[in-house]
Write a protein that binds this ligand. Structure first.
Ligand SMILES: Cc1cc2nc3c(=O)[nH]c(=O)nc-3n(C[C@H](O)[C@H](O)[C@H](O)COP(=O)(O)O)c2cc1C
Length: 197
């Protein structure tokens, strides 16, 4: 299903084409496409180029997939359990260079995940990020070291059948995507809309 953004200004069709569906097909993702997704994350920028992101890749049927699925809140389990791939997104909390806290570890991870989701569109795939999961349970089940934090989970796959979703989810799935107006977040002085907008 196509849910373009109806953007006010010209943006790249791949950015326009990204959205967060819940209706996943059971089709697996080809190995090369999955490799491209992680390659896109690899080329994300990061503070001091430390690349603090770490990913646990779960593919349907394997132990990692089942463990990631187990950490999701029941609402997310309902739909995400159909996706062929679940990725646990983690990052290193301290700098590799000096051991001090890395204040941008989640920021850097988010950039990698965003590029992975954009690359997914390029590969004809869909993605859906989730913070509705239990990070402590994830750390325990997937043996995440203390210096790393599990931050979110991403589902990847092919688009499926909206009719297979529970009714409340199916209704959300077909609703137009919404965003606040640009003047509410692009300022000259904070709180005053920029002349650009
Ligand atoms: C960090 C983050 C956490 C999210 N957590 C959840 C979640 O737990 N469950 C869910 O169904 N969607 C989740 N979403 C998806 C958002 O609800 C979705 O991106 C937002 O409504 C905008 O819709 P769009 O991506 O289709 O444009 C999350 C997205 C992000 C970036």
């Amino acid at each position: 299903m196509n849910k373009e953004s109806k953007a006010n200004h010209s943006i790249h069709p791949i950015i326009d084409g990204r959205w967060s569906p819940r209706a996943y097909s059971s089709n697996p993702i080809e190995k090369e496409k999955l490799q491209s997704i992680f390659e896109a994350g690899r080329w994300a920028p990061s503070a001091f180029n430390e690349q603090p992101w770490r990913f646990n890749l779960g593919q349907k049927g394997d132990e990692t997939y089942n463990k990631i699925l187990e950490t999701l809140v029941p609402w997310n389990q309902q739909w995400a359990g159909e996706a062929p791939v679940l990725v646990l997104n983690c990052a290193k909390k301290t700098h590799a260079r000096n051991g001090k806290p890395n204040v941008t570890f989640k920021y850097d991870l988010g950039q990698a995940v965003a590029l992975m989701c954009v690359e997914a569109v390029n590969q004809g795939l869909i993605s859906h990020q989730m913070s509705g999961f239990d990070p402590e349970k994830a750390a325990q089940l997937l043996e995440i070291p203390d210096d790393y934090q599990a931050v979110s989970v991403t589902a990847f796959g092919y688009y499926g059948d909206v009719k297979a979703l529970p009714q409340d989810m199916a209704e959300t799935e077909i609703k137009a995507r919404e965003r606040v107006a640009t003047e509410t977040f692009v300022f000259s002085i904070f709180g005053q809309a920029s002349d650009l907008i």
